[in-house]
Design a protein around this ligand. Structure first.
Ligand SMILES: Nc1ncnc2c1ncn2[C@@H]1O[C@H](COP(=O)(O)OP(=O)(O)OP(=O)(O)O)[C@@H](O)[C@H]1O
Ligand SMILES: [Mg+2]
Length: 364
């Protein structure tokens, strides 16, 4: 074992370890060992990747050769790989998250393609999530190519259910083989089940996905690699879908949350003073109209703070709005929207354009 490294956990026997550097507080890393007979291609690839700042490729920290083994230290991106993440979060891994993940991996494959590298083993086990981005790991089958087309055939490359037909059928292939595997991965994310490589493409019945999504899937799983969608076009199409979806989910979810909330308050608390009803309705309408996430949070903050001062006895209502504020913060954080919190009522007033509409209410 590498003298500076301490093994914390053996992830795959004799092959992948969770490690840390001795006497240093640099965090945890993964160490992967490749045997000599495997490593000619890999040495070339990891040397190119080492030190590069790539958004969707796990960062390679150190490469060395010891006792005929290639040792490769990479940053720890996450405790779980994509297969494990989907199992743990089956219901929250929704269309938007699937598109975000797909976009990230397309980004990673384009980063590799720019460096003339194929990955050749894209599958859920070789994708990890660092809390912000999805990243490609495992360069065991990666290879540097000269002109984006291999002349020799390689058997057995990649994992059977994710292997492109041109590889299975022993033909020369290009970086388009990674688009096929990514198509298989997309299928797995959408339907939470693996596609058998022998099967024709069958789209399970009763799904709720948009036609556009299924069309993209079919264009990725096109058997003829020349007709298969290219990475650049794929990135374009998926980005567009992601943007449309993002705007829709954001506004509909918000509207639904606030409308439900106000109707709950009004239903459950009969003795409520008429003025608090009007105030709640005004706040709801302002939040629905507001497009800026930061201002939405400010409006919620204003709402809870004003409830506290103008209706100090209505503790239950304030708690409900506070919960909604927390829920909203959580939701924005998941969408990686950065928000400032803990604003004073004066700061809030300064930043809200709609404060005029609220004038009637705040000097109660
Ligand atoms: N940098 C990393 N960050 C997070 N998890 C990692 C990292 N590297 C490896 N892992 C975890 O270890 C697993 C195995 O690593 P890797 O894919 O490199 O080995 P492998 O050769 O494919 O092993 P096997 O085929 O036996 O699964 C991954 O599926 C992932 O769960
Ligand atoms: Mg792997």
């Amino acid at each position: 074992m590498h003298h500076k490294l301490v093994v914390l956990q053996e992830i795959r026997p004799n092959k992948v370890y969770l490690v840390k550097y001795q006497n240093q507080d640099k965090g945890q890393f993964y160490l992967k060992k490749y045997l000599a007979y495997q490593y000619q291609n890999i040495v070339e690839v990891v040397k190119i990747l080492k030190g590069q700042q790539l958004r969707n490729i796990v960062k390679i920290i150190d490469v060395s050769i010891e006792n005929n083994e290639l040792l490769c230290v990479v940053e720890e991106a996450c405790k779980y790989n994509l297969r494990e993440i989907i199992k743990l979060h089956e219901t929250t891994f929704d269309t938007q998250e699937i598109l975000k993940c797909l976009l990230d991996i397309i980004g990673g494959l384009l980063e590799l393609k720019n460096l003339n590298i194929f990955h050749r083993d894209i599958k859920p086990d070789n994708i990890v999530y660092d809390g912000e981005n999805y990243k490609i790991i495992d360069f065991e089958t990666a290879k540097k190519f000269q002109d984006d087309r291999t002349k020799v055939q390689s058997l057995d490359i990649g994992t059977l259910n994710y292997r492109a037909p041109e590889i299975t059928q022993n033909r020369a292939y290009s970086s388009q083989c990674d688009v096929w595997s990514l198509g298989c991965l997309f299928y797995y994310m959408l339907f939470k089940q693996e596609r058998n490589h022998m099967d024709q493409l069958v789209i399970p019945q009763n799904h709720n996905y948009d036609d556009q999504i299924i069309k993209i899937l079919e264009r990725m799983l096109e058997k003829n690699e020349k007709k298969r969608i290219t990475l650049a076009n794929l990135q374009n199409d998926v980005q567009q879908l992601y943007n449309i979806n993002n705007n829709q989910t954001q506004s509909t979810r918000l509207e639904q949350n606030t409308i439900n909330l106000v109707s709950d308050i009004n239903k459950n608390i009969n003795e409520i003073h008429n003025d608090i009803n009007t105030f709640n309705n005004i706040m709801t309408n302002l939040i629905i109209k507001e497009k800026n996430e930061q201002k939405i949070i400010k409006l919620y903050q204003f709402w809870t703070k004003r409830l506290g001062t103008i209706f100090p006895l209505k503790i239950k209502e304030r708690q409900t709005i506070e919960n909604l504020l927390l829920f909203q913060i959580q939701e924005f954080k998941q969408k990686r929207i950065k928000i400032d919190l803990f604003a004073s009522i004066d700061q809030i007033k300064d930043e809200l354009n709609c404060i005029q509409d609220l004038n009637d209410y705040y000097d109660f």
